[in-house]
Design a protein around this ligand. Sequence first.
Ligand code: F0G
Length: 538
Amino acid sequence: MNSPSPEVELAEPQMLGFLEFLGIDVEYVRAEGNTLFFRDGSGQEIPVLDYAGGYGALILGHNHPEIVAAAREFLDSGRPVLAQASRQTAASEVAAALNRILRREFADSEPYYAVFSNSGAESVEVALKHAEFDRVLKVRALEAEVAVHIAEAREAVAAKRATVAAGALRSVTLEADARGTDTPGTDARSLDVFEDLVAVVLRRNAEQAARPPVFLTLEGGFHGKLAGSVQLTHNAAFRLPFAGMAAQARFLPFDQPQAVAKLTEEERATVLDVVVEDGEVRLVERPFPVFAAFVLEVVQGEGGIHLVSPEMARAVRRASDSVGCPVVVDEIQSGMGRTGAFFASSLIGLRADYYTLAKGLGGGIAKAAVTLVRESRYRKDFELVHSSTFAKDTFSNTLALKTLELLEAGDGEAYRLAGKWGERLLSLFESLRAEFPDVVKDVRGRGLMLGLEFHDQSGSAATGIRDAAAAGIFGYALSGYLFRVHRVRTFPTASAVDTLRFEPSVLLTDAEVDRLEAALRELCAVLREQNEQALFGV
Ligand code: F0G
């Protein structure tokens, strides 16, 4: 029996209102493969072809029979879902399976440790936290080394084996002038002068250590909407209201490899250290780890499907190596085989120090995410400072394992399918662009991560189309049309409102591609005619 719906909508009413406005506020009652079903007024099931694919989370489609069977089998077995602080073989097996894939795609044997979580944004937060933990431990180690050097120098000065070098003395005087304090003594042999020098060093280093970490990332990137990850999500509407909450991100132009080294050079920082050489205490500068990580998507998804070039990838790797910070590749959307390889970064030769995975990892049923950290970068003590009640649970890892098994089956058949269908869809989109250059602006993507960009319609003579464009909802109007008239589901993103995104599963069929083709061809014709009655169904 259906329970009565509440009189007042309390679960995100504004969003539901928007879906009603677009005419897509149906409730789906069943799903399989690339199809969702809702019931019309007479109770009949209406199929909808789903190219939104759970925002890229359905690499094997809705309710894949083998994943459903694995879920049933798990529940029937009576095994516990939540048994934290116990041996969790499923998680270990997922980590091992991911490492086998990493070894194959990057031809490298260094292992990656796995930290599990529950959503994409959370796996990014884990990466940010781990990178900052690593950076802070490096800062502490650096401070400890400086402290040892100070103690050694103090002993040398006290034993009259060393005097403060003229250059170092000048720094003390300069600092005293700058601060308006008394100029210290100038007897380079005096311990007081040495202590003044130490004060300068410690003050300067404490200022440096108090600076927040800098995370480097790319314009157009999307890494989630939690308090940390949203700071690295470029869209200002998502980020700025929460800018006071956490990490500092510096955004680099997506397509300017030369800008990467320039920025890292500009932001480079140092701390002061002392050395005793030839009977003198001298000041030296040592590099300070100001950068926590370089975080990027290699195929920007929410940003509207943009591919990072191999040149950009090389520039990121080089700059990160030169400042000693890890490269974090966010494969939450591009990973799990969607682009024709398990890791999209392997296709442009970018080996990361950390990877984040989520979306498809739970097989479209469980919520699962993981952050992989290369052994040489991994801080085992992170396991003591980070945890989550639901992370690493046996149910989601059992489904993750089944998903990986299905993806890897048949010698990577799933990846070949993603490549094959991707090419088929790309050539369909290209032919639409050739036929409707006045309507289709650009076609982008790789594998089953594709974008079809439409020309801006804010100058349209049709009032409704112009108004939709001015309100930034033109792409959503296209979604409404495709759903209403063709029963095809796809959306733009909040950051690329004129680009429709296509992320179907690898189980696509010729008939499904044909249906999309017919729908898009008609949509293009409607736009060419500026037929707003047809577009809005009024
Ligand atoms: N990173 C990337 C590359 C993503 O695409 C997303 C989500 C996230 C992180 C955050 O994952 O939603 O599980 O917390 N992308 C969705 C999209 C929302 O529309 O592209 P989450």
